[in-house]
Design a protein around this ligand. Structure first.
Ligand code: NAP
Ligand code: G4F
Length: 338
């Protein structure tokens, strides 16, 4: 039986990856931080199938301990301070968790089980002010947030340990991927949660920031398959995982409202822009400058060519299906809560 250690197991991707590995017959260990209240987050339903090890990416001893206990054959490093906006408010914590934390994990592997295979959760945020469209593995990086900068360190240290010590260490440069389990601070889930509430008459207009930003959005369930595939190859390498499509935040808003039978009409420009419900004339979306970032990533669009050709990876869930799944799940949940 293969053994896997997933850091950040209670996050969005951690939960989908744990399900995938359990289906494949792995023994799954998950690293989780201690909280003041016991909370298994997105893996509540897997509590009895996985083994939780308490630890923190900033505490090297706890990672050594996690490797000793799990003796993992495969380590998936998904733990991170993953919200870009927060990285300006907590730049040092972000660097310690998302940057140095990667070295802490690599050193724990090197000390306890150097032959273990390692996956690093790199990100399209490293492309930031994009140097070419679409972005691929060879596109130069230009991060635009403390998060992007910290992740770039994690990316390079992974490559460096591969080249320095011959470790089987891979980075997946994943573009935005969302799901019904996405944190509500991220724009997609913020939209679907609000649209469900507005439909049920439980919320005032949704306030957003930059609606012109373009993102390459896929579903997390598809993306964790690429992580696993990377660690099954003969050689370690880095791969872009993306859909090859990009959409504005505004398009996501329109589609989410459409799924609950509301057609929106846009009026005004810049910070005065609003969306009204065409049928009632009521304002359903407005702009709040507090959601703009000190530096923005205007467009992300990835080329999944290498992952498709070398890993045989394919995304199965389209953009339209992603929005539909998220809004239906939020509608159901909000109805139950109400
Ligand atoms: P997520 O839902 O925010 O999950 C992050 C996980 O990391 C949570 O379980 C969190 O635990 C844990 N964590 C945070 N700080 C930690 C620390 N100091 N020690 C141990 N665990 C810690 O993020 P996600 O969307 O699943 O993303 C997974 C990874 O992929 C992240 O590294 C993210 O940066 C990267 N990524 C995500 C995307 C995307 O679009 N989703 C794209 C590219 C890359 P708590 O519950 O205790 O906070
Ligand atoms: O949903 P977001 O917060 O995701 P962002 O910043 O693209 O980061 C996500 O994807 C990265 C991969 O590219 C991951 F590495 C990272 O961990 C995370 O998962 O914002 C998306 C866009 C941004 O341009 C933002 O300015 O939406 C824009 N936006 C507009 N109004 C908003 C809002 N974002 C948020 N969170 N909230 C708003 O009200």
């Amino acid at each position: 039986m293969k053994k896997a250690l997933i850091t950040g197991i209670n996050g969005q991707d951690g939960s989908y990856l744990a399900e995938l590995l359990l289906e494949k017959g792995y023994k799954v260990y998950g690293l989780m931080r201690r909280k003041s209240k016991v909370d298994f987050g997105n893996v509540k339903h897997l509590k009895n199938d996985i083994e939780i090890i308490y630890g923190d990416m900033t505490d090297p001893i706890s990672l050594i301990n996690a490797m000793k206990i799990s003796q993992a054959d495969e380590v998936y490093n998904l733990a991170a301070q993953s919200f870009v906006a927060t990285s300006w408010e907590q730049p040092i914590a972000t660097a310690e968790i998302d940057g140095i934390g990667v070295t802490n994990m690599l050193e724990a592997i090197r000390t306890i089980k150097p032959e273990a295979r390692f996956y690093q959760a790199s990100t399209s945020e490293m492309f930031g002010l994009v140097q070419e469209i679409p972005q691929k593995e060879t596109t130069p990086f230009y991060p635009r947030s403390p998060y992007g900068v910290a992740k770039l360190y994690g990316h390079w240290i992974t490559k460096n340990y591969r080249e320095s010590y011959g470790m089987f260490a891979c980075s997946g440069i994943l573009f935005n991927h969302e799901s019904e389990r996405r944190g509500k601070e991220f724009v997609t889930r913020k939209i679907t949660d609000a649209v469900a509430r507005i439909k049920l008459g439980l919320q005032d207009p949704l306030e957003l920031g930059n609606m012109d930003a373009k993102r390459d959005w896929g579903h997390a369930k598809d993306y964790v398959k690429a992580m696993w595939l990377m660690l099954q190859q003969d050689e370690a390498d880095d791969y872009v995982v993306a859909t090859g499509e990009t959409h504005k935040v505004r398009e996501f808003v329109e589609l989410a409202f459409k799924h609950v039978g509301i057609e929106v009409q846009w009026q005004g420009e810049g910070v005065d822009e609003i969306a009204i419900d065409k049928a009632t004339g009521k304002t359903v979306v407005s702009v709040n400058p507090k959601f703009f970032r000190p530096a923005e990533v205007d467009i992300l669009l990835g080329s999944p060519k290498k992952a498709e050709e070398k890993l045989g990876w394919e995304r199965e869930i389209s953009f339209e299906e992603l929005v539909k799944r998220m809004i239906l799940s939020d509608l159901e949940r909000v109805k139950e809560e109400a």
